[in-house]
Design a protein around this ligand. Structure first.
Ligand code: SAM
Ligand code: SF4
Ligand code: SF4
Length: 338
């Protein structure tokens, strides 16, 4: 295995692949309906990587150190025949783990097929158990009931299930404890995600973030917690176990307690652009490389060069910036670029 490292000595271990830019939800914090309306130009199918192309790239990334693959989107289950892609990735020697992040609406339909294809884990996004608030947050598209049925079906199919809840001030912070209680009972790990300033359209403000500390305090009041070590280096969520030993929760604190120093993730967008950070503004066009007849060795070298030059630490920089601004008693935080 290669010892590829970036400029901050971080290896390449995880690959996140977006298989579509489309979604059946319009979560305000991700794809607000005002921006992603009926006239929005989503990618035409010939601009999206094919399963053959994705498979070829995964093999190359594995040769550079990748062990875990996560399929995401948009809503990945909208991509036709997704289980066939999982099957292809599952056959690649060196891939130790395949996960899927989904809004859960189509999980009931696909859970068994996905498990049979070799998917190990699924992260299901659910921001509230309250139908009204959930409907509001997902842009009036989906029901809690449907997502819960998907979660149930995934667990029955033998998939490891985790739940992701983005917490946004004034929207769903009142649901922190009810979500913790519900999923403690169901014995699924719930991960709270601090609301982030991804993309250009969600109108992010620091004031809308509910911090890791506030979240933990609330859950601790409901049922005492203690922190536990990460399962592996680079795990994005900080783990907390319930003191009565009935399960655990996680918090993904990109805003108030960033974790760039252990970030080993590369991302490929649906149109085949390689990004080395969630907040990157530029990436490398892998689709062009693949379609211009370049051999594997050339593509491997190009990816390797990108990783070796990687310096991204956006969230850490933003935190440093915030601290500085706080010192200067300024309230608003500016976007500091990828
Ligand atoms: N559609 C799928 C879903 O919702 O799970 C997969 C794609 S979605 C972009 C992946 C994850 O990013 C979801 O858990 C979602 O809640 C989270 N996410 C999207 N926008 C976010 C934001 N502004 N802050 C924090 N998390 C966000
Ligand atoms: Fe769609 Fe997921 Fe974004 Fe919500 S978070 S709009 S479900 S891609
Ligand atoms: Fe990784 Fe970029 Fe997130 Fe830092 S900000 S953890 S480098 S994706």
């Amino acid at each position: 295995m290669t010892n590829l490292q970036d400029q901050l000595h971080r290896p390449l271990r995880d690959l996140r692949i977006s298989v579509t830019d489309r979604c059946n939800f319009r979560c305000q914090y991700c794809m607000p309906a005002e921006v992603f309306g009926p006239d929005y130009a989503f990618l035409p199918s010939d601009k999206i990587l094919s399963f053959e192309e994705i498979e070829r790239l995964v093999k190359i990334f594995v040769s550079l150190g990748v062990k875990k693959v996560r399929i995401t989107g948009g809503e990945p289950l909208l991509r036709r025949d997704l289980p066939k892609l999982i099957e292809r990735i599952h056959r690649i020697a060196g891939v130790e783990d395949i996960a899927l992040t989904t809004n859960g609406t189509l999980l009931k339909k696909y859970a068994n097929e996905l498990a049979r294809a070799g998917l190990s884990r699924v992260a299901v996004s659910l921001d509230s158990l309250n139908e009204e608030r959930f409907f509001e947050m997902n842009g009036h598209r989906g029901k809690v009931k449907t997502v819960l049925e998907g979660i149930e079906k995934a667990a029955e199919a033998g998939l490891q299930v985790k739940i992701n809840m983005v917490v946004q001030k004034g929207k769903n912070e009142q649901d922190i404890v009810s979500m913790a209680e519900f999923f403690k009972e169901k014995q699924h790990i719930l991960r709270f995600i601090e609301y982030m300033d991804v993309g250009n359209s969600n109108g992010w403000r620091l004031d809308d973030v509910v911090s890791k500390k506030e979240i933990i305090d609330q859950v601790h009041q409901f049922s005492p917690l203690h922190p536990v070590d990460p399962n592996y280096k680079g795990e994005v969520a900080t783990r907390y176990q319930y003191e009565d030993a009935q399960g655990e929760i996680g918090v993904i604190s990109s805003v108030t307690d960033s974790f760039c120093s252990t970030c080993s993730r590369a991302r490929i967008s649906a149109e085949g652009t390689l990004y080395t950070c969630l907040f990157a503004t530029e990436g490398m066009n892998l689709r062009e490389l693949l379609r211009s007849g370049k051999d594997d060795e050339t593509i491997t070298q190009s990816i390797s060069n990108v990783w070796e030059n990687r310096k991204d630490r956006y969230s850490d920089e933003r935190n440093e910036q915030t601290m500085k601004k706080r010192k200067n008693s300024k309230i608003e935080m500016s976007h500091i670029g990828g």
